[in-house]
Design a protein around this ligand. Structure first.
Ligand code: FE2
Length: 235
């Protein structure tokens, strides 16, 4: 968990690095404050934040169990449509440096998912909980994630559609449920496969990942840092 905390701090730095290198300074605050103005984004964030807050305000065993599930949803479901966006761009040689950063964040998130895949089945044996409530939380998280992705990306990026977003998000929910010993929530056959399997070579964190231009081997030279965040230039 200490490792997870330090990685999350590094992810914040890397997001900041991307924002500061590609967004002009006068527009950066709009990015950081977007959640304050955008209702869909605020509601998506609040769904998870409220589950944590519930435990802070009323630290019962049941609320602790729910906050573990909230983390699992955050680590296992919430980030991935964002990663896919950058892998799609990278497949057309767009923003390969950012895709490289997201590839590493993706690797870290999957290690956090694995941690919770160990903790949650143990917690299910220890804490009283309702299975229906777990399925309901997953369904809610899927709805927020689809709603947000359709709102911010929609059908406007080649390779991503509202349909592929729904299929991918439900596919993720199914595999995350299976890996903690529960049944898939979306039984339709199409939700058993990812619509983005052709992008796996762009998300591969191992050296064998091969692309035509093999750009993950090259260093990022086109970003110029304005101030503050150091370290990423060496990647
Ligand atoms: Fe994480």
């Amino acid at each position: 968990m200490a490792e997870q905390l330090s990685q999350e701090a590094m992810h914040n730095q890397s997001y900041q690095y991307i924002i500061e290198t590609i967004i002009p300074s006068e527009r950066r605050n709009q990015v950081y404050d977007f959640w304050r103005k955008d209702k869909v984004l605020a509601e998506r964030c609040e769904f998870i934040a409220k589950l944590y807050q519930q435990y802070v305000d009323n630290p019962t065993a049941e609320n602790y169990f729910i906050s573990l599930l909230a983390d699992y949803l955050l680590e296992g479901l919430y980030f991935y449509n964002g990663f896919i966006y950058f892998y799609n761009l990278a497949s057309r040689m767009l923003m390969p440096g950012s895709a490289d950063i997201f590839k590493m964040i993706n690797r870290d998130e999957l290690s956090h998912v694995r941690l919770y895949q160990r903790i949650i089945p143990e917690a299910m044996n220890t804490f009283t909980h309702s299975r229906e409530q777990i399925y309901e939380m997953f369904d809610q998280a899927v709805k927020h994630e689809c709603r947000w992705t359709n709102h911010i990306v929609g059908n406007n990026i080649l390779g991503i559609t509202e349909e592929s977003t729904e299929q991918y998000t439900k596919y993720l929910a199914n595999i995350r449920l299976r890996s903690i010993g529960l049944n898939p929530l979306y039984p339709d056959e199409k939700y058993n496969k990812s619509p983005y399997s052709h992008l796996e070579r762009f998300s591969d964190t191992k050296k064998e990942a091969f692309t035509k231009a093999n750009f993950f081997e090259s260093s990022v030279t086109s970003y110029v840092m304005s101030s503050g965040v150091t370290g990423w230039d060496e990647i």
